[in-house]
Design a binder for this molecule. Structure first.
Ligand code: GCO
Ligand code: MG
Length: 412
């Protein structure tokens, strides 16, 4: 079974997605997600110019060998562009292998370890009332776990908080935010850490009082604090029993989590911008985190993320795979198959894609009572509709960035 066709498809239904489609000489095809939000075309060039020529006539069944060949023969290892490109090849080859076996991919990964995957959605509001409405809307859609992001008094717009109400979700009206800002320049947002640290605990107190102890609550710090500020936040939300505090400090220095860990029992999650097992080496072996946030898409695919999660399992650290709308339905399907199979699954992020995206990517996953299941179709269970994809050409898009009141650029 040889690879004899490789296509890189860029489509922008609700946002940009990069997909690799590999086809074998016996007519099987597999899909891989290579979307790197805001830097999509760098991965397109890496795939088209450097990887596709190497794939022609390769044995499609040799997933491990292809992974090692692409990783080691580049010499310039790791990095988000390289690892997203390798991830796409890896996913597509797993898709092909599972289709050849006539099984949903999770069966090849060892079979189901659970009935379904607990998933969390994103509630947000500028005010407490808006936030409560958003939490209720998520509960109506079945969510049992909800991320809470809130406006901060004095700040006009910040990460994670809806600025408009849209119907983008496939589960009815919801607050949608962070569409990669289409346009010629990143949008500017505001930041003030002291105001944020004062406000967030009051919000979690209000949410617990309103919604009770059962609801699973999460929060994303999006890399904006110093270790001691993060420690202060972790301590101040301890009474509200968070499932996790995510990305509390910048990801470039994961060892900073030692300082946070000394001061708080709030569970910690990190890793959405990591791309290899080496980023996790110290923080897993020293048990500085509780959840691995990597997406299959940004961490070298199923083959590499499974290694990270198997390593994490030795330390009782679980998965919490990244799943915002910039992970395509192909990347989400890969996450669901992997999450269903591994023992140390924790939770899956799930924002739900918009209707146009769901027409481009024909999917077979199930969403029931707050749980995801990848379905029983052979392979990943996702097919690309080329006619629909062709309707939405690439549009340049940037993520926003932050400035402090005095004009200093800050982590977003
Ligand atoms: C999350 C993430 C996203 C990122 C996005 C950037 O926890 O889901 O922080 O919201 O900001 O993936 O492209
Ligand atoms: Mg995050």
């Amino acid at each position: 079974m040889f690879i004899d066709k490789a296509e890189v498809i860029v489509t922008s239904p609700d946002r940009n997605f990069v997909t690799l489609k590999l086809t074998t000489d016996d007519g099987l095809s597999g899909l891989g997600d290579a979307t790197l939000n805001g830097r999509e075309m760098a991965v397109v060039a890496y795939l088209k110019d450097h990887i596709v020529p190497l794939l022609m006539r390769r044995d499609a069944s040799c997933i491990n060998d292809t992974w090692q060949f692409l990783y080691r023969s580049a010499y310039w290892r790791r990095g988000p562009v390289t690892m997203a490109a390798i991830a796409a090849v890896d996913m597509a080859l797993w898709d092909i292998k599972a289709k050849a076996a006539g099984m949903p991919l999770y069966q090849l990964l060892g079979g189901a370890s659970r009935k379904g995957l607990l998933a969390y959605g994103h509630a947000s509001g500028k005010s407490i009332e808006e936030l409560f409405d958003s939490v209720r809307a998520h509960q109506q859609q079945g969510y049992k776990a909800i991320r809470i992001q809130t406006g901060v008094p004095g700040l006009a717009s910040i990460y994670g908080v809806a600025s408009n109400k849209t119907g983008a979700g496939n589960q009815g009206k919801r607050y949608d935010y962070e569409p990669a800002q289409r346009g010629a320049y990143p949008a500017e947002e505001d930041w003030d850490t002291r105001a944020y640290l004062r406000h967030v605990p009051t919000v979690f107190e209000a949410v617990r009082n309103e919604f009770g102890p059962e609801l699973v609550l999460l929060h994303d710090g999006h890399h904006r604090m110093t270790p001691i500020q993060a420690a202060q936040l972790g301590k101040s939300v301890e009474p509200y029993d968070l499932f996790w505090l995510e990305d509390c400090t910048p990801a470039e220095n994961p060892e900073a989590l030692r300082w946070v860990r000394r001061h708080t029992t709030t569970p910690l999650a990190i890793g959405e911008i990591f791309n290899s097992i080496w980023d996790y080496q110290t923080i897993i072996s020293e048990q500085l985190i509780d959840y691995v946030r990597s997406a299959v898409t940004h961490t070298g695919g199923i083959t590499h993320l499974k290694k990270i999660l198997d390593y994490a399992a030795q330390y009782q650290i679980k998965s919490g795979m990244h799943g915002p709308t910039d992970i395509s339905p192909v990347g989400m399907a890969a996450a669901m198959h992997l999450g269903l199979a591994i023992h140390n699954f924790g939770i899956q992020e799930y924002m739900a894609h918009g209707e146009k995206t769901n027409q481009v990517f024909e999917q077979s996953f199930r969403w029931e009572a707050g749980m995801l299941h990848p379905g029983e179709k052979p392979g990943l269970g996702v097919e690309l509709n080329h006619d629909e994809a062709g309707k939405y050409p690439y549009e340049q898009a940037y993520l926003p960035y932050n400035r402090l009141a005095d004009g200093t650029v800050h982590d977003w």
